[in-house]
Design a protein. Sequence first.
Length: 72
Amino acid sequence: MAFWAVLSPAARAVLAPTVYQVLSAPDMSLDEQANRWDEECKKQIDDEAHVWTYYKKFVQNQAVWCICGSTA
């Protein structure tokens, strides 16, 4: 289950994340979008035990951001 979080610029800087953006397809639910991002994050960071994924839904442009960081 995905969770949605609003991250401040300071929080993003602390995490030193890799940021991805995908525009949602009109027929995709938020859960489908979140699952899509989970897969993209896992492709980029192999150590799933040390991955954090944060999602923010931007209602204005229907975009979903995925921020992935590793403790390694």
